[in-house]
Design a protein around this ligand. Sequence first.
Ligand SMILES: [Fe+2]
Length: 317
Amino acid sequence: MGGRFARDEEVAAWQQDGWALLDGLVDIDEIDAAIADLRYVFPSPEKFHADPEAHRPPGRGDAELRRGYPEMPVTGPAFRPEQHRFRAEFPFYGSGRLSRLCVHPAIVDFMERALDTIELRVYQAQVSAKYTGDANFEQPMHTDRNHSVLPARMEPPWWHVESFLYLTDVDEGTAPTHLVSRKDAADRSTNSIFMPARDPELYARERAAAGRRGSLLVYGPDVFHRGVDLTRPGGHRYLLNVSYKVAGQDWIGFHAVQSQATHPAWVQFVEGSTPRELELFGFPPPGHPIWTAALVDATTEKYPKLDVEPWRRALPR
Ligand SMILES: [Fe+2]
């Protein structure tokens, strides 16, 4: 493994302040090797900026994305659908290195310590791209209310972790997320969004999470934050958004990997994973009561290169 494990004070910062930036958690070489797989989903910044119109994904122009939405202000913070024009869901085509970052040992280790359990599930995994000028990316101050059908709780065992692994260097010119620590947002309802005129104090307390690529931004579901605009001419920002919850909490969710179960990149991911890594996606571990000799055999048909010995050895005799 390249990179490093989180320090105890970083884990404590997430638990207490609600967010933390883990600088250089993943090695830069690992990031640079993995982002080669982004070429299957996003245009390079050079290509995009040479002709933005031509490189927007089909059906994801401003007019299509805005259909049904009310008029939005041209300037200032708003949730503009085109802010999320460039997204792609796990698993990712190519070498498989980008997909593997979702279960990077340093990330899994952080999630286990932050949530204080090894019973974890990945419930959101996607990459996103932003290019200067492609949209007005400025958002109002909000919490992510679309990860759960319930309002957020931030106590164990009900908390969960949202994270952004930076795949490019993120600085003032390339839209670092702005966040407010839990104590600085005291008493604001997480069911609300706050415009600057309504709560200038909240905006005054925000901090920019700038960091080099390989850094991991982690925040909780009750943390106020907002996206800001890219200002660097010709700039871009790529990140991997991977979120973890405690297993068994059906009210929290975002992506469903089951719908990708026949995707060649999922098969590739499974075949390169350990039982523990697969369990993070809900794949039953060796010894789980669902396993029979027939199911193990059928699983080798579906994933021919998966070493199923751990599952076979754990069958009841
Ligand atoms: Fe958000």
